[in-house]
Design a protein around this ligand. Structure first.
Ligand code: C5P
Length: 239
């Protein structure tokens, strides 16, 4: 894969018009993330727009429901030809397996290749304290993340979304082919904003990331296309 295919740009805007403007500003970006804000505002129109422009789509809606409902959502999402879909690992093995089968069937019904399903192991906004006191999960945070990644893998999912801090261990345990999608990435020339534990693009790739999800360092830059290019150049040097 060329570097530009490994950088997923987050379309964190509320309208299709604003999203289209960003797509125009960074024409060389091939992979774009549609999250809850844009999808709830714009609906599937944004997916059609991205497909028309021949872009790849990371549909990050983090499904979390009973198996039948999660499977239905993944079936529907797959009919748009999206490439990556997220769902919470905490939905359980039956839901993950049902989602995987439904995504394959949905994509096939529309003539697309099956999307890769990615589990959310634990939201990175949750701390060790939240895990222990609020969720009453008696594991250390890295141990819980690893357990959820293994559950996802056993359930037949392609990979997980994880912090670059977790990538090294997950890569070692889950193997070379497991997909690790990492947000929380900041080039040395960008500000961290609200991201707490950041890594540079090159460090995240070295840690084992398959894809980087990067928003504001590109989308809020004065020259978004140049910012995207700088990131691609940085990761091109990683063996
Ligand atoms: O602008 P920034 O680079 O911080 O955007 C990162 C993107 O990755 C946002 O769309 C954010 O919702 C997403 N994300 C994240 N941390 C997670 C999961 C997703 O920052 N744990």
């Amino acid at each position: 894969m060329i570097p530009a295919e490994r950088v997923i740009v987050a379309l964190d805007v509320p309208t299709v018009d604003r999203a289209s403007a960003l797509l125009d500003q960074v024409p060389q970006a091939v992979f774009w993330k549609v999250g809850l804000e844009l999808f709830v505002s714009a609906g599937a129109t944004i997916l059609t727009e991205l497909k028309m422009r021949q872009k790849r789509i990371f549909l990050d809606l983090k499904f979390h429901d009973i198996p039948n409902t999660v499977a239905g959502a993944c079936h529907a999402a797959a009919t748009y030809g999206v490439d990556l879909i997220t769902l919470h690992g905490a939905a359980g093995k039956t839901a993950l397996q049902a989602a995987q089968m439904a995504a394959i069937a949905g994509a096939a019904s529309a003539g697309y290749a099956a999307p890769k399903l990615l589990a959310i192991t634990l939201l990175t906004s949750l701390s060790q304290r939240d895990l222990a006191f609020d969720l009453k999960i008696p594991l250390e945070l890295p141990e819980y993340v690893l357990h959820m990644a293994m559950l996802a893998q056993e359930s037949g999912l392609a990979g997980v979304v994880c912090s670059p801090q977790e990538a090294t261990q997950l890569r070692q345990v889950c193997g070379h082919d497991f997909v690790l999608v990492c947000p929380g990435v900041r080039p040395s020339w960008a500000t961290a904003q609200d991201q707490q534990r950041v890594m540079t693009p090159a460090a995240a790739m070295r840690a084992g990331a398959s894809y980087l999800v990067i928003g504001r360092p590109i989308t809020a830059a004065t020259q978004p296309s140049e910012a995207f290019q700088r990131i691609c150049d940085e990761i091109a040097g990683v063996p």
